[in-house]
Design a binder for this molecule. Structure first.
Ligand code: PMP
Length: 439
């Protein structure tokens, strides 16, 4: 009997044996194409010798020294490199162990910022219904996924949710994409005014939405309008790039493509590429200055903040993504993947939408393409899809969505950046096998 507490108590999982490049192998010898890196983690694939060497070297130097006593070379160098590529105005980095921790740090820093500058009445957070920001209690409260929240309600953080920017489901036929984006962005202003124009800490959003919807990019102009509203009411903009960041969409930060300047941005997953657990919360010079000139202390911390081995691994990853040019190749590969998916499934009676950016792609499964009506959620189609794609030797990320009550099943693809054109065929043909069996 296994003593590991599994995700699902009723399903037995194969034991992973090893990974090489874009493939994972289980102990029975079966090979899987890692088409989602878990959930957009393994951007460099498996067994990268440079990252492994960096980890070993760091372990031989110093594995751990608590950050209340020491800083470390890998943490300093990684922060320098991240800031060199970060959006304008972002100047400080706080390292944590994953995405939820990065979002907790973001939310707490945003709140502390307003306490430091003498606006303690600000306590509300606004997020979007189609979102996931992590599983710890603050991050969970911020996310809009009803199913994940339900067992833990009422929530600790005072969050309300506005409409997502989800063109496929939300745009009216007589509306241009731009007008649609302005309309849903303006919901932010309405909500700020409803809560009280000096009572909101932050608006939180994933630039390209991951797990809850399957790689949904915003329409043009949406984030520009969001930024304007945030500026008008002194609300901080927190971007959650835990899944879509670190080159996944073709630029190191996904928000670069929307020309939006965040006050705080959270990254994780691709930052460590799965070689070490690491996440980061990056903030603006202005926010940092408020802490520096105020209490001088961010009232937060975890034992493994700035862990030297995690930072060393991440530095090796980031070097490959930036200096090595890997992130730059993602757009080209991603466009080819999109074209191939459209060729293969564009006329499929149950694939309603194929979308995304870079190597972050989603396919939405619908019962009826005309009405975009999803399959009955009770059928839990995504579970069958997960099983069948896995059997076909493809690891991808099928999920049931919760989009304003319309439950769209979708498949999320987030393959490693080291894949080649040849793997595109492998993805589409394995997906085809699974889809034919399930639908
Ligand atoms: N934010 C987003 C956008 C995510 O996709 C995730 C993980 N799926 C998280 C936060 C939480 O990250 P972690 O699981 O590393 O805590």
């Amino acid at each position: 009997m296994s003593h590991v507490f599994p995700r699902h108590t009723k399903s037995a999982l194969p034991t992973v044996s090893h990974g090489k490049g874009v493939y994972l192998y289980d102990k029975a010898g079966k090979q899987y194409f890692d088409g989602s890196g878990g959930a957009a983690v393994s951007c460099l694939g498996h067994g990268d010798p440079d990252v492994t060497a960096a980890i070993k070297e760091q372990l031989d130097t110093i594995a751990f020294a608590h950050t209340s006593f020491f800083t470390s070379d890998p943490a300093e160098q990684l922060a320098d490199k991240l800031i060199a590529h970060a959006p304008e105005g972002i100047e400080r980095v706080y390292f944590v162990s994953g995405g939820s921790e990065a979002m907790e740090a973001a939310l707490k820093l945003a709140r502390q910022y307003f306490v430091e500058i003498g606006q303690p009445q600000r306590r509300h957070v606004i997020a979007r219904r189609q979102s996931y920001h992590g599983n710890t209690l603050g991050a969970l409260a911020t996310g809009g996924n009803a199913w994940r929240r339900a067992p833990f309600a009422p929530m600790l953080v005072d969050t309300t949710h506005i409409a997502p920017c989800f063109e496929y489901h939300g745009r009216h036929n007589d509306e241009t994409p731009f007008d649609y984006g302005q309309r849903v962005a303006n919901e932010l202003e309405t909500e700020i005014l409803r809560l009280g124009d000096d009572s909101v800490i932050a608006f939180v959003a994933e630039p390209v939405v991951g797990a809850t919807a399957g790689a949904v990019p915003p329409v043009e102009g949406y984030f520009k309008r969001v930024r304007e509203i945030c500026d008008q009411y002194g609300v901080l903009l927190i971007l959650d790039e835990v899944m879509c960041g670190m080159g996944r969409t073709g630029t190191l930060f996904a928000s670069e493509q929307d020309n939006v300047r965040p006050d705080i941005v959270a990254v994780a997953k691709g930052l460590g590429a799965g070689y070490q657990p690491i996440g980061a919360m990056l903030c603006s010079a202005q926010i940092y200055a408020a802490i520096e000139n105020g209490s001088g202390f961010f009232q937060h911390g975890h034992t493994y903040v700035g862990h030297p081995v995690a930072c060393a691994a991440s530095l090796a990853v980031l070097t490959k993504l930036t200096d090595g040019g890997l992130a730059a190749g993602v757009s080209t590969l991603g466009d080819k993947l999109q074209t191939a998916l459209e060729q293969e499934f564009g006329n499929h009676p149950h694939i309603g939408d194929i979308r995304g950016r870079g190597l972050f792609r989603g396919l939405e499964i619908v019962q009826d393409r005309e009405t975009k009506k999803p399959f009955d959620p009770a059928r839990a189609l995504h579970k069958d899809l997960k099983k069948k794609t896995f059997e076909a030797g493809l690891v991808c990320y099928p999920m049931g969505g919760t989009i304003d009550g319309q439950n769209g099943d979708h498949i999320l693809l987030a393959p490693p950046f080291i894949m080649t054109d040849a793997h595109i065929d492998e993805i589409t043909s394995k997906l085809r096998i699974a889809l034919d069996q399930v639908l």
